[in-house]
Design a protein around this ligand. Structure first.
Ligand code: ATP
Length: 251
């Protein structure tokens, strides 16, 4: 009898399921553009759940770090592992939402349908996804006519349509009004409560206080501090983070 015949249906189902992504481990991560070093021997460990905020001054390297973690760029040197896997092996199990939403020049509904179809997911989920982000009534409207906050909610719905295990958010609320900011935060909180791991870049200290479990503070391409949010905001340990939170210019 072949080995395959010995596998029970339950074992087969377990084998077919990809294992959940393990913890993130980053070591000696360096990124250079020519002579300029933008990430410098960076080390970072993240657990398997919760919402991590990445904070730091303009140019600290936050967006580039997200792209490296997501496998969209290659570092000059160093190592990134999600459990035992490299970022490029798990890109499809993650989603990234940019500050400026990237949408198709089609209807709101077609934007969701495209993602569902390309990932082989049930098209019937479109209605639930649009409902979840409060855009059901705009389904037939061209996506290019959406307001900034609506477009960002559609971008989030597209990201969630892929059932990501990790959701990267790069300043998704930077130019939105307070109600739109809270709407996005509520969608993110809901995803976190379902076990989606969130890695979120923001300059909005109020937002970070509202939703961060832990904070990674980047300074000059390195992690100056990584603390639980409950410790970071009242008592930041690094001078760079203290200056940033006090509104002083950090260079
Ligand atoms: N392709 C590139 N070539 C050269 N330098 C680059 C390139 N892309 C980014 N940089 C530089 O790398 C540094 C980090 O960029 P990054 O976009 O990660 O900053 P950030 O922390 O996200 O900043 P911000 O808060 O302003 O969005 C910046 O000084 C930027 O100018």
């Amino acid at each position: 009898m072949s080995d395959a015949a010995l596998i029970t249906p339950i074992q087969a189902a377990v084998r077919a399921q990809p294992k959940a992504l393990g913890p993130l481990q980053v070591r000696d991560l360096t990124l250079r553009f020519g002579e300029t070093t933008v990430l410098d021997d960076l080390a970072l460990d993240l657990g398997t759940s919760g919402c991590t905020m990445i904070m730091g001054s303009n140019g600290a390297g936050k967006s580039l770090l997200l792209k490296l973690l997501h496998g969209l760029m290659q570092p000059t040197s160093g190592r990134i592992n999600w459990g035992s896997q490299a970022p490029c092996e798990v890109t499809a199990r993650q989603a990234l939402v940019f500050q400026k939403p990237v949408l198709l020049r089609r209807s709101v509904a077609a934007n969701i349908d495209f993602v569902l179809k390309s990932r082989g997911k049930d098209k019937a989920r479109r209605h639930r996804l649009l409902d979840h982000v409060g855009l059901s009534h705009k389904a037939d409207q061209p996506a290019r006519l959406l307001s900034g906050g609506e477009a960002q909610r559609l971008a989030l719905a597209r990201a969630l349509a892929t059932d990501p295990e990790v959701l990267f958010l790069d300043e998704p609320t930077a130019s939105l009004d307070p109600a739109s900011v809270l709407a996005i935060e509520s969608i993110v909180n809901e995803a976190r409560s379902r076990g989606v791991r969130i890695v979120f870049v923001t300059h909005d200290v109020g937002q970070a206080r509202r939703i961060a479990d832990d904070v990674v503070f980047l300074h000059r391409g390195r992690v100056a501090e990584h603390s639980a949010a409950a410790d970071f905001f009242p008592e930041p340990q690094s001078e760079a983070a203290r200056n940033y939170l006090n509104g002083r210019i950090v260079v």
